[in-house]
Structures are given as C-alpha cells and as structure tokens.
Design a protein around this ligand. Structure first.
Ligand code: ADP
Length: 366
C-alpha cells in the first residue's frame, strides 16, 4: 500500500518540448486517481515517469516514503496496464499472467495460487489455456489487468486501458475496474482522455492541459465548481453552455445581460460579481440546468424566449438545441418534453447553478 507524490515535476523532451510543466500531485494510499485531458496534455508522460519509463527533467517522485527518481522500473513495485494490452502472443493466458512472477523466481505453487486467484477475481478462469488471439478485446484486457494483479504491486498504473474496446464493453469494463479497486484496495492511477471514464472511476480527478494540472478534486466538485472555462467545458456531456454578455446593476440587483435577454443573478452570487459590473463576462450553465418553463417548478423570473432548432430523442432524456438571443444552447430535458422543431418556447435558467468566468482570464468567479 502506498501513496504517490509528485513534487514540482517537469519533463522536457529534446530541447523545448515541455510535456509536463512543474506539476504537484499527491495521491493517497488506496486512492483511485484519474489523469484526464485532451491528447498531448502530458498525462501519459506523467504516468510513465511514475512507472520509471521516463526520467523527470526536474522535480521529485515519491512512492510511499521513498524517492524513486533513480530507482529502476523493476524495483518500483508498480504494475502498468497498457492500451494495447502488450500480451505475449505465443504464450497462453496462464503463461502471460505467470511471466513476471517466474522472472522474479517465485515458486510454481505460489505462481499457481496467484494466477488462479487473479483469474477468479476477473472471471477468466476458463481462459487460462488459450492464446491471446483466441480472446475477445474485453478478455484480453482482463488478462492484461490480471497480469498486473498477480504481482500485488504497491500501485497500479493504467494508460488508456479501455480505448481499444467498443462502447458497450468499455462501460462494462469500467464497472469491473471499479469493483476491482473496491476489492483489492490498492492505489490506482489511471490515464484517459474520456471525461466520462474519469467521472465514473476517480475518487479524485486531475484535469490536465498543456503539461499543467488545472484542477485536482472530486468528480462532483470539478463538475459543480470548475476553476476555469476549460475545465468547465471539458468535463460534462453534453458540455456546459457558455453565454457571453455583461454584468449590469438595476435597482440594487445584479443581472447578466446577453444583449437580447437578461437574467437576474441570485443574491448569494452577487458579492463576488459586484466588481464586474459593466464588464464583459461569460455565463456557464449546464444543459440540465435549463428548463422548459411549462415543465418546471420555477416561477416567471429569468424566463427567456428560445427557438427549438433540433430535438434529439435519447430514450431516457431529450436534448434540445435552442437558439436564444445571440447564442445556441443545449438543454437536457425529460423524455416527455418534446417541443416541435422550429417552435418557440419559454425557458428558465437555474441561475443558482450558473458559473461565471472572467472573459479575459477565463477563470471562474463565483
Ligand atoms: P497525452 O498522454 O496527454 O496524450 P503525452 O504525455 O503522450 O500526452 O505527450 C505530451 C507531449 O509530449 C506531447 O506534445 C507529445 O507530442 C510530447 N511527447 C511525448 N512523448 C515524447 C517523446 N518521446 N519525444 C518527444 N516528444 C514527446
């Protein structure tokens, strides 16, 4: 069992490719932490430095109490699961899982015990005599995870392990990884570009961009209190709506004025916004915080005229693509709320859930 800590870690490839830029990250013992961000933001490099596959240009990496910068991969007691599974094609599932233990000279009875235990956790006991080519993608991924489990590492490192699976299998494997973490109670660090995977797997999520960690927090805090517009837009699907406008003051109250419509800002959000009166601002509102007034419990305040451009029927919910003032917004509403395409409707924004961003820095204000 181990915590993992990165202190001022930077990785520069060649002369000037800054892949990871002075990050600090503290992963607790037994915690499941997900590194998420767009392609090229430095997630894999961070993971590979923890594994020992890359050396930091500067900064320190600790696993448990030990500074591991100069500790070789094999002595770090971490196990990595890769996107491409990296199974040996000529070996059976059993041999693949046993391989690392054999190298480390474990007795054959101990190897058998560990492989069978891992196979039973993963439900692959019936596949032990097969070769990788005789397995489905999901089964191969389980074998790759099994190969990591048998080593009983201090830390599991996952690099986009579900990317090669189809959508349905990804959701199934996601739940299996959640169960696995509950069962084996070991520190796990997981890299993905998929925000939904991050939200569903992580105890905490580190959202990365351009080699930096922008926010490191629980999924819900990141969803509800994003530190900036990038994080707000990256996490959540459909993504948060952004509306540009101005803060104005009328009769002692603050309003967000889009130009074609204005909405009142709740009292509790006003103190932080008072300095922005007369200034440009971006209002962020999640699709599920926009309601058709006919279907909502909200009173008449903050009602806006909208035109329904497209209705997407999802079964459990509907997505409405609306044109409102100068903006196009997406609302997620109940399945029985299905306005005609091209029709006008009154919508209500739940302004208590709105997030405001400074339009020049894009930092969150409220
Ligand atoms: P991510 O995993 O978020 O997609 P990476 O950590 O793989 O991002 O890459 C971060 C940046 O470092 C990218 O700009 C990438 O092109 C660059 N990079 C990664 N590996 C190398 C390498 N071995 N040599 C040079 N540049 C690299």
């Amino acid at each position: 069992m181990a915590q993992v800590s990165l202190r001022n870690v930077t990785k520069i490839y060649g002369k000037n490719i800054v892949a990871v830029n002075n990050i600090n990250l503290g992963v607790e013992n037994k915690e499941f932490v997900v590194l998420v961000g767009p392609s090229g933001c430095g997630k894999s490099t961070t993971l590979r430095m923890i594994a020992g596959l890359e050396k930091p240009t500067s900064g320190k990496i600790y696993i448990g109490d030990r500074m591991v910068n100069d500790v070789p991969v094999k002595d770090r007691n971490v196990a990595m699961v890769f996107q491409n599974y990296a199974l040996y094609p000529h070996m059976t599932v059993y041999e693949n899982m046993a391989f690392a233990l054999k190298l480390r000279k474990y007795s054959s009875s101990e190897i058998k015990k560990r492989v069978e235990e891992a196979a039973s956790i993963l439900g692959i006991g019936h596949l032990l005599n097969r070769k990788p080519r005789e397995l489905s993608g999901g089964e191969r991924q389980r074998v790759a995870v099994g190969r990591a489990i048998v080593r009983k590492p201090l830390v599991f490192l996952f690099d986009e392990p579900l990317s090669n699976l189809d959508a349905k299998m990804r959701i199934q494997m996601r739940a299996e990884l959640n169960r696995l973490h509950l069962r084996i109670q070991t520190t796990m660090i997981y890299v993905t570009h998929d925000q939904e995977e991050a939200m569903t797997l992580g105890d905490r999520i580190a959202v990365m961009r351009k080699g930096k960690v922008l926010q490191f927090d629980t999924p819900l805090n990141i969803y509800e209190k994003p530190v900036n517009k990038f994080v707000a837009g990256f996490i959540g699907s459909p993504p948060m709506n952004f509306i540009s406008g101005r803060i104005v003051k009328k009769n002692g109250r603050l309003y967000f004025d889009e130009g074609f419509f204005s909405v009142e800002i709740p009292q509790e959000k006003s103190p932080k916004l008072i300095d922005y009166v007369g200034k440009d601002m971006i209002l962020g509102i999640r699709p599920e915080c926009i309601y058709d007034k006919l279907f909502s419990k909200f009173s008449a305040e903050n009602t806006i005229k909208a035109k329904c451009e497209i209705l997407e029927t999802m079964g459990s919910k509907n997505h409405l693509h609306l044109s409102v003032g100068r903006h196009n917004l997406v609302a997620v509403v109940s399945p029985n709320n299905k306005p005609e395409r091209g029709s006008f409707m009154d919508i209500v924004l739940d302004m208590r859930k709105a997030v405001f961003f400074d339009s020049s820095t894009e930092e969150s204000i409220s």
